[in-house]
Design a protein around this ligand. Structure first.
Ligand code: 1HA
Length: 270
Protein backbone atom coordinates (compact mmCIF):
# COMPACT_ATOMS: atom_id res chain seq x y z
CA UNK A 1 0.00 0.00 0.00
CA UNK A 2 1.03 3.52 -0.73
CA UNK A 3 1.37 4.97 2.80
CA UNK A 4 3.28 8.25 2.98
CA UNK A 5 5.28 9.07 6.08
CA UNK A 6 4.05 12.33 7.67
CA UNK A 7 6.71 12.91 10.31
CA UNK A 8 9.46 10.88 11.95
CA UNK A 9 8.80 9.93 15.56
CA UNK A 10 10.73 7.81 18.03
CA UNK A 11 7.97 5.50 19.30
CA UNK A 12 5.30 5.65 16.59
CA UNK A 13 4.93 5.71 12.84
CA UNK A 14 2.53 8.27 11.42
CA UNK A 15 1.42 7.83 7.83
CA UNK A 16 -1.36 8.92 5.47
CA UNK A 17 -2.95 7.53 2.32
CA UNK A 18 -6.04 8.61 0.37
CA UNK A 19 -7.95 10.23 3.25
CA UNK A 20 -6.80 7.73 5.87
CA UNK A 21 -4.27 8.43 8.64
CA UNK A 22 -2.47 5.53 10.30
CA UNK A 23 -0.85 5.69 13.73
CA UNK A 24 1.34 2.66 14.49
CA UNK A 25 2.79 2.06 17.94
CA UNK A 26 6.32 1.06 17.02
CA UNK A 27 7.86 -0.75 20.00
CA UNK A 28 7.51 -4.39 18.92
CA UNK A 29 10.36 -5.47 21.23
CA UNK A 30 8.02 -4.85 24.21
CA UNK A 31 4.83 -5.97 22.42
CA UNK A 32 4.10 -2.29 21.66
CA UNK A 33 3.81 -1.28 25.31
CA UNK A 34 3.45 2.48 25.60
CA UNK A 35 5.55 4.89 27.64
CA UNK A 36 4.77 8.60 28.16
CA UNK A 37 6.71 9.54 25.00
CA UNK A 38 4.70 7.02 22.92
CA UNK A 39 1.48 8.54 24.18
CA UNK A 40 2.51 12.17 23.67
CA UNK A 41 3.54 11.32 20.10
CA UNK A 42 0.17 9.63 19.51
CA UNK A 43 -1.61 12.70 20.90
CA UNK A 44 0.31 14.94 18.48
CA UNK A 45 -0.45 12.68 15.50
CA UNK A 46 -4.13 12.45 16.40
CA UNK A 47 -4.34 16.25 16.64
CA UNK A 48 -2.78 16.49 13.17
CA UNK A 49 -5.41 14.05 11.86
CA UNK A 50 -8.15 16.14 13.44
CA UNK A 51 -6.94 19.33 11.81
CA UNK A 52 -6.35 17.78 8.38
CA UNK A 53 -9.54 18.29 6.35
CA UNK A 54 -8.38 15.61 3.89
CA UNK A 55 -8.41 12.93 6.61
CA UNK A 56 -11.72 11.16 7.24
CA UNK A 57 -10.68 8.02 9.14
CA UNK A 58 -7.83 7.17 11.51
CA UNK A 59 -6.40 3.66 11.87
CA UNK A 60 -4.66 2.83 15.15
CA UNK A 61 -2.40 -0.22 15.14
CA UNK A 62 0.80 -1.79 16.43
CA UNK A 63 3.98 -2.74 14.61
CA UNK A 64 4.49 -6.40 13.72
CA UNK A 65 2.15 -9.34 14.02
CA UNK A 66 2.65 -10.21 17.68
CA UNK A 67 0.88 -7.32 19.35
CA UNK A 68 -1.44 -4.39 18.86
CA UNK A 69 -0.42 -3.03 22.27
CA UNK A 70 0.44 -4.58 25.65
CA UNK A 71 -0.53 -1.52 27.70
CA UNK A 72 1.67 0.62 29.90
CA UNK A 73 5.40 -0.18 29.88
CA UNK A 74 5.82 -1.90 33.23
CA UNK A 75 9.60 -1.53 33.12
CA UNK A 76 9.40 2.26 33.45
CA UNK A 77 6.44 2.27 35.80
CA UNK A 78 7.29 4.50 38.74
CA UNK A 79 5.59 5.21 42.04
CA UNK A 80 2.74 7.31 40.63
CA UNK A 81 2.50 6.50 36.95
CA UNK A 82 4.83 5.85 34.02
CA UNK A 83 8.15 7.71 34.12
CA UNK A 84 9.31 10.02 31.34
CA UNK A 85 12.96 10.83 30.54
CA UNK A 86 12.99 13.43 33.33
CA UNK A 87 11.65 10.98 35.90
CA UNK A 88 8.20 12.59 36.01
CA UNK A 89 5.26 10.18 36.42
CA UNK A 90 2.39 10.20 33.90
CA UNK A 91 -0.94 8.51 33.17
CA UNK A 92 -1.20 10.43 29.92
CA UNK A 93 -2.87 7.55 28.08
CA UNK A 94 -6.07 8.81 29.74
CA UNK A 95 -5.66 12.03 27.76
CA UNK A 96 -5.20 10.05 24.55
CA UNK A 97 -8.32 7.99 25.32
CA UNK A 98 -10.38 11.19 25.57
CA UNK A 99 -8.90 12.50 22.33
CA UNK A 100 -9.76 9.28 20.47
CA UNK A 101 -13.28 9.47 21.78
CA UNK A 102 -13.72 13.17 20.91
CA UNK A 103 -12.13 12.96 17.48
CA UNK A 104 -14.94 13.95 15.09
CA UNK A 105 -13.84 11.22 12.68
CA UNK A 106 -14.08 7.43 13.03
CA UNK A 107 -11.10 5.59 14.52
CA UNK A 108 -10.52 1.95 13.52
CA UNK A 109 -8.33 -0.30 15.67
CA UNK A 110 -6.46 -2.78 13.49
CA UNK A 111 -5.48 -5.57 15.86
CA UNK A 112 -2.98 -8.36 15.25
CA UNK A 113 -1.71 -10.34 18.24
CA UNK A 114 -2.13 -9.10 21.79
CA UNK A 115 -4.41 -6.25 22.82
CA UNK A 116 -3.78 -6.43 26.54
CA UNK A 117 -4.22 -4.15 29.58
CA UNK A 118 -4.16 -0.49 28.59
CA UNK A 119 -3.75 -1.70 25.00
CA UNK A 120 -7.05 -3.52 25.24
CA UNK A 121 -8.72 -0.28 26.38
CA UNK A 122 -7.33 1.54 23.34
CA UNK A 123 -8.89 -0.94 20.90
CA UNK A 124 -12.15 -0.80 22.89
CA UNK A 125 -12.29 2.97 22.59
CA UNK A 126 -11.84 2.86 18.83
CA UNK A 127 -15.15 3.17 16.98
CA UNK A 128 -14.54 -0.05 15.05
CA UNK A 129 -12.16 -2.96 15.64
CA UNK A 130 -10.97 -5.19 12.82
CA UNK A 131 -9.01 -8.11 14.26
CA UNK A 132 -6.69 -10.70 12.76
CA UNK A 133 -7.41 -14.34 13.55
CA UNK A 134 -4.31 -14.37 15.80
CA UNK A 135 -5.63 -11.54 18.01
CA UNK A 136 -5.82 -12.08 21.78
CA UNK A 137 -7.68 -9.78 24.12
CA UNK A 138 -7.58 -9.32 27.88
CA UNK A 139 -7.06 -7.21 30.96
CA UNK A 140 -4.23 -7.77 33.45
CA UNK A 141 -4.76 -4.91 35.91
CA UNK A 142 -5.55 -6.86 39.08
CA UNK A 143 -2.58 -9.14 38.29
CA UNK A 144 0.00 -6.39 37.82
CA UNK A 145 -1.37 -3.85 40.30
CA UNK A 146 -3.38 -1.55 38.08
CA UNK A 147 -6.92 -0.87 36.92
CA UNK A 148 -8.76 1.45 34.57
CA UNK A 149 -12.00 2.38 36.26
CA UNK A 150 -12.86 5.02 33.66
CA UNK A 151 -13.80 4.06 30.12
CA UNK A 152 -11.97 0.81 30.85
CA UNK A 153 -14.72 -0.31 33.21
CA UNK A 154 -17.91 1.52 32.29
CA UNK A 155 -17.51 1.54 28.52
CA UNK A 156 -16.44 -2.09 28.55
CA UNK A 157 -19.65 -2.95 30.41
CA UNK A 158 -21.65 -1.04 27.78
CA UNK A 159 -20.04 -3.14 25.07
CA UNK A 160 -19.96 -6.64 26.53
CA UNK A 161 -22.37 -6.32 29.47
CA UNK A 162 -21.79 -6.22 33.22
CA UNK A 163 -21.22 -9.95 33.77
CA UNK A 164 -18.63 -10.34 31.02
CA UNK A 165 -16.89 -7.07 32.02
CA UNK A 166 -16.57 -8.29 35.60
CA UNK A 167 -15.29 -11.65 34.33
CA UNK A 168 -12.73 -9.96 32.10
CA UNK A 169 -11.41 -7.72 34.89
CA UNK A 170 -11.66 -10.11 37.85
CA UNK A 171 -10.22 -13.25 36.20
CA UNK A 172 -7.66 -11.59 33.88
CA UNK A 173 -8.14 -14.38 31.31
CA UNK A 174 -7.25 -14.02 27.65
CA UNK A 175 -9.83 -14.33 24.87
CA UNK A 176 -9.16 -15.28 21.26
CA UNK A 177 -10.50 -13.37 18.28
CA UNK A 178 -13.57 -15.58 17.82
CA UNK A 179 -14.53 -15.28 21.49
CA UNK A 180 -14.05 -11.51 21.31
CA UNK A 181 -16.24 -11.33 18.21
CA UNK A 182 -18.94 -13.33 19.99
CA UNK A 183 -18.85 -10.84 22.92
CA UNK A 184 -19.26 -7.90 20.54
CA UNK A 185 -15.75 -6.64 21.34
CA UNK A 186 -14.66 -6.70 17.70
CA UNK A 187 -16.51 -5.95 14.49
CA UNK A 188 -14.80 -8.42 12.21
CA UNK A 189 -12.18 -11.17 12.35
CA UNK A 190 -10.10 -11.70 9.23
CA UNK A 191 -7.07 -13.84 8.30
CA UNK A 192 -3.87 -12.16 9.49
CA UNK A 193 -2.59 -11.80 5.93
CA UNK A 194 -5.69 -9.79 4.97
CA UNK A 195 -5.78 -7.54 8.05
CA UNK A 196 -4.57 -4.29 6.52
CA UNK A 197 -6.42 -4.81 3.23
CA UNK A 198 -9.68 -5.49 5.07
CA UNK A 199 -9.19 -2.54 7.48
CA UNK A 200 -8.49 -0.16 4.61
CA UNK A 201 -11.60 -1.52 2.86
CA UNK A 202 -13.67 -0.60 5.95
CA UNK A 203 -12.02 2.83 6.07
CA UNK A 204 -12.75 3.47 2.38
CA UNK A 205 -16.38 2.46 2.81
CA UNK A 206 -16.67 5.02 5.63
CA UNK A 207 -14.94 7.67 3.49
CA UNK A 208 -17.74 7.37 0.90
CA UNK A 209 -20.24 8.69 3.46
CA UNK A 210 -21.25 12.17 4.63
CA UNK A 211 -18.58 13.59 6.99
CA UNK A 212 -21.14 15.65 8.93
CA UNK A 213 -23.48 12.69 9.36
CA UNK A 214 -20.58 10.55 10.62
CA UNK A 215 -19.44 13.34 12.94
CA UNK A 216 -22.91 13.81 14.44
CA UNK A 217 -23.47 10.06 14.78
CA UNK A 218 -20.18 9.55 16.61
CA UNK A 219 -21.01 12.32 19.07
CA UNK A 220 -24.59 11.06 19.47
CA UNK A 221 -23.35 7.54 20.27
CA UNK A 222 -20.80 9.03 22.67
CA UNK A 223 -23.44 11.24 24.34
CA UNK A 224 -25.43 8.20 25.42
CA UNK A 225 -22.52 7.16 27.67
CA UNK A 226 -20.55 10.33 28.36
CA UNK A 227 -22.87 12.46 30.50
CA UNK A 228 -22.46 16.22 30.24
CA UNK A 229 -19.17 15.88 28.33
CA UNK A 230 -21.04 13.83 25.75
CA UNK A 231 -23.85 16.37 25.55
CA UNK A 232 -21.30 19.16 25.13
CA UNK A 233 -19.78 17.32 22.17
CA UNK A 234 -23.15 16.60 20.57
CA UNK A 235 -24.35 20.16 21.16
CA UNK A 236 -21.10 21.50 19.73
CA UNK A 237 -22.06 19.84 16.47
CA UNK A 238 -25.51 21.43 16.64
CA UNK A 239 -23.80 24.82 17.03
CA UNK A 240 -21.45 24.04 14.14
CA UNK A 241 -24.43 23.23 11.89
CA UNK A 242 -26.34 26.31 13.13
CA UNK A 243 -23.37 28.58 12.34
CA UNK A 244 -23.62 27.27 8.77
CA UNK A 245 -27.21 28.62 8.40
CA UNK A 246 -28.31 32.02 7.04
CA UNK A 247 -30.36 32.43 10.22
CA UNK A 248 -27.30 32.33 12.50
CA UNK A 249 -25.31 34.47 10.08
CA UNK A 250 -28.06 37.14 10.23
CA UNK A 251 -27.33 37.52 13.97
CA UNK A 252 -23.61 37.86 13.32
CA UNK A 253 -24.08 40.31 10.43
CA UNK A 254 -26.56 42.49 12.35
CA UNK A 255 -24.06 42.84 15.21
CA UNK A 256 -21.26 43.81 12.86
CA UNK A 257 -23.49 46.25 10.94
CA UNK A 258 -24.80 47.78 14.21
CA UNK A 259 -28.46 47.12 13.28
CA UNK A 260 -31.34 45.17 14.75
CA UNK A 261 -31.30 41.54 13.52
CA UNK A 262 -34.22 40.54 11.27
CA UNK A 263 -35.06 36.91 11.97
CA UNK A 264 -38.60 37.28 10.52
CA UNK A 265 -37.65 35.68 7.21
CA UNK A 266 -36.61 32.41 8.85
CA UNK A 267 -39.37 29.82 9.17
CA UNK A 268 -40.34 28.16 12.42
CA UNK A 269 -40.17 24.51 11.35
CA UNK A 270 -42.98 22.26 12.60
O1 1HA B 1 -3.98 -0.18 33.64
C1 1HA B 1 -3.33 0.85 33.07
C2 1HA B 1 -3.75 2.16 33.35
C3 1HA B 1 -4.85 2.44 34.19
C4 1HA B 1 -5.22 3.75 34.44
C5 1HA B 1 -4.52 4.80 33.88
C6 1HA B 1 -3.45 4.55 33.04
C7 1HA B 1 -3.06 3.23 32.77
C8 1HA B 1 -1.99 2.96 31.93
C9 1HA B 1 -1.62 1.66 31.66
C10 1HA B 1 -2.28 0.60 32.25
C11 1HA B 1 -1.85 -0.76 31.91
O2 1HA B 1 -1.64 -1.05 30.77
S1 1HA B 1 -1.66 -1.95 33.16
C12 1HA B 1 -1.36 -3.41 32.21
C13 1HA B 1 0.07 -3.50 31.69
N1 1HA B 1 0.29 -4.58 30.77
C14 1HA B 1 0.42 -5.87 31.09
O3 1HA B 1 0.28 -6.26 32.25
C15 1HA B 1 0.77 -6.83 29.99
C16 1HA B 1 2.15 -7.39 30.25
N2 1HA B 1 2.57 -8.28 29.16
C17 1HA B 1 2.10 -9.53 28.99
O4 1HA B 1 1.18 -9.96 29.68
C18 1HA B 1 2.73 -10.36 27.92
O5 1HA B 1 4.00 -9.80 27.64
C19 1HA B 1 1.92 -10.41 26.62
C20 1HA B 1 0.67 -11.26 26.88
C21 1HA B 1 1.49 -9.03 26.12
C22 1HA B 1 2.77 -11.05 25.52
O6 1HA B 1 3.26 -12.30 25.92
P1 1HA B 1 4.41 -13.03 25.06
O7 1HA B 1 4.07 -13.02 23.63
O8 1HA B 1 4.64 -14.36 25.72
O9 1HA B 1 5.70 -12.09 25.18
P2 1HA B 1 6.64 -11.83 26.43
O10 1HA B 1 7.80 -12.74 26.39
O11 1HA B 1 5.86 -11.79 27.69
O12 1HA B 1 7.09 -10.33 26.11
C23 1HA B 1 8.04 -10.05 25.12
C24 1HA B 1 8.87 -8.90 25.63
O13 1HA B 1 8.03 -7.75 25.77
C25 1HA B 1 9.44 -9.17 27.01
O14 1HA B 1 10.67 -8.51 27.07
P3 1HA B 1 11.91 -9.18 27.86
O15 1HA B 1 11.53 -9.14 29.30
O16 1HA B 1 12.06 -10.55 27.32
O17 1HA B 1 13.08 -8.28 27.55
C26 1HA B 1 8.42 -8.49 27.93
O18 1HA B 1 8.95 -8.11 29.18
C27 1HA B 1 8.07 -7.26 27.10
N3 1HA B 1 6.78 -6.73 27.46
C28 1HA B 1 5.56 -7.22 27.14
N4 1HA B 1 4.60 -6.45 27.64
C29 1HA B 1 5.20 -5.45 28.30
C30 1HA B 1 6.59 -5.62 28.18
N5 1HA B 1 7.46 -4.78 28.74
C31 1HA B 1 6.96 -3.75 29.42
N6 1HA B 1 5.65 -3.52 29.58
C32 1HA B 1 4.74 -4.33 29.04
N7 1HA B 1 3.43 -4.06 29.18
Amino acid sequence: MNWKNVKNYQDIKYEKMEGIAKITINRPEVRNAFRPLTVSEMIEALEDSRLDAEIGVVILTGAGEKAFCSGGDQKIRGEAGYKDEKGMNHLNVLEFQKKMRNLPKPVIAMVAGYAIGGGHILHMLADITVAADNAIFGQTGPKVGSFDGGFGASYMARIIGQKKAREMWFLCEQYNAKAAEKMGLVNKVVPLKDLEKETVFWAKKILEHSPLALRCLKSALNADCDGQTGLQELAGNATLLYYMTKEAQEGRDAFKEKRKPDFSKFPRQP
